[in-house]
Design a protein around this ligand. Sequence first.
Ligand code: GDP
Ligand code: IMO
Ligand code: MG
Length: 432
Amino acid sequence: MSNLVIVGAQWGDEGKGKITDYLAQKADYVVRYSGGDNAGHTVEVDDVKYKLHLVPSGILFSDKKCIIGNGVALNPMSLLKEIEYLNGLGVEVKNLQISDRAHIIFPYHIEIDKLKEEERGDKKIGTTIKGIGPCYVDKAERSGLRLCDFKYIESFIEKLTKNIKKKNKLIESYYNATPLDVEKTLKDSIEALEKLEKYIVSTSSVIRVLKDAIKANKKIVFEGAQATLLDIDFGTYPFVTSSHPGAAGICIGTGLSPYDLDAAMGVVKAYTTRVGMGPFPTELFDKTGDFIREQGFEYGTTTGRPRRCGWLDIVMLNYSIDVNGISSIALTKLDTLSDIEKIKICTAYEVDGNEVKLFPSSLEELKECKPVFIEMDGWSLKEIEKASTYEELPENAKKYVKKIEELTGVNCDIVSVGPQRQQTFMRKEMLK
Ligand code: GDP
Ligand code: IMO
Ligand code: MG
């Protein structure tokens, strides 16, 4: 297997960063293909906590080539900040290439994201206010600006000025808010893009590089951001992001063909979390939910918001497995479920006395879904902390893993019991 897709199987924050970093040890390329700096991927190595938003997690290895694909919505100022932050931690950002068809997030996207959320009031999506939605809106509406446009500075300035003025009209007259300073917005954007120019390469060359890498049996890890249930088509619309975080997003977000991809590994948290609003059938509103939040330190990497916590949902997971063609699971945060006497797994929903095993499309139907649970016996943190191999895990933890495999028909080939690289049990060699 030459390339592997790492995809979030739930509502994000499953530990994609950690798993990508782990697998990157064997990879030649690490590629981000969708989303933007709404992502927050934490990687812990030797007690240093790296928080990545746009830069692929492979950057922590000096010899890995990192690519930001054309499907990414790129905020130049945010990327510069991240590069400085990494430099400050002693990480050199030299092996980075950015595909030039990527759309640019400008300050007006962020402002409009904020204003739209305020307007939605109690129906807000709970976005990260990074301008993601408004940037993809402009992309679909065909008024967005791409990195490749920056090469032609005069027409770039002309188009950007027009966009700022248009958005200012919306900001002022519809939202009754303060317009952006046109000159400052132009200046800041141009300055940031100039500093990034050395990383920008044509999308055709990215495709060529990746195709050649595949031909030469080089190893590629595609680092998913967000997750399947946040996908604009397959997620809990409208409580989703505006991109395609799933495996299918790789083709759109890099230029590779579906026939180039070898396999997808779904990163699955041993329970479920969600940050932001929207349906969550197995959500816990009790002490157990609070316990999981504290033990798992479930606070957003990007926004610091407390994450909503609940039991593992197999109906949703099986849907995610279908959508992405997941043939392997990386099960993370098994340690977080320690010291809970009885752990529940949702195996079906009940709607009007009927059993539902297929994930519903509408919010109305999801609201009706009552989770049907099975119960598993728990284990202690002390026991799990002692384990240095999968075999040494407490019996009940292994039973929990086995149950997930039974209910999904997919093997948990990686099991993670802590944030550090070495707290990862690889049960089957990936990227051979
Ligand atoms: P991502 O967005 O999918 O990359 O996930 P985040 O980084 O936003 O959130 C996952 C959090 O869990 C991070 O703080 C990781 O360091 C941490 N983490 C990952 N795997 C494990 C694990 O197995 N156990 C524990 N306790 N923490 C983990
Ligand atoms: P990673 O890659 C968790 C959620 C937001 C909100 C919705 C839309 O770290 O797993 P957006 O700003 O994208 O328009 O917000 O999507 N969201 C995430 N939740 N992890 C993420 O990324 C997320 N990226 C976006 O909270 O509910
Ligand atoms: Mg995250």
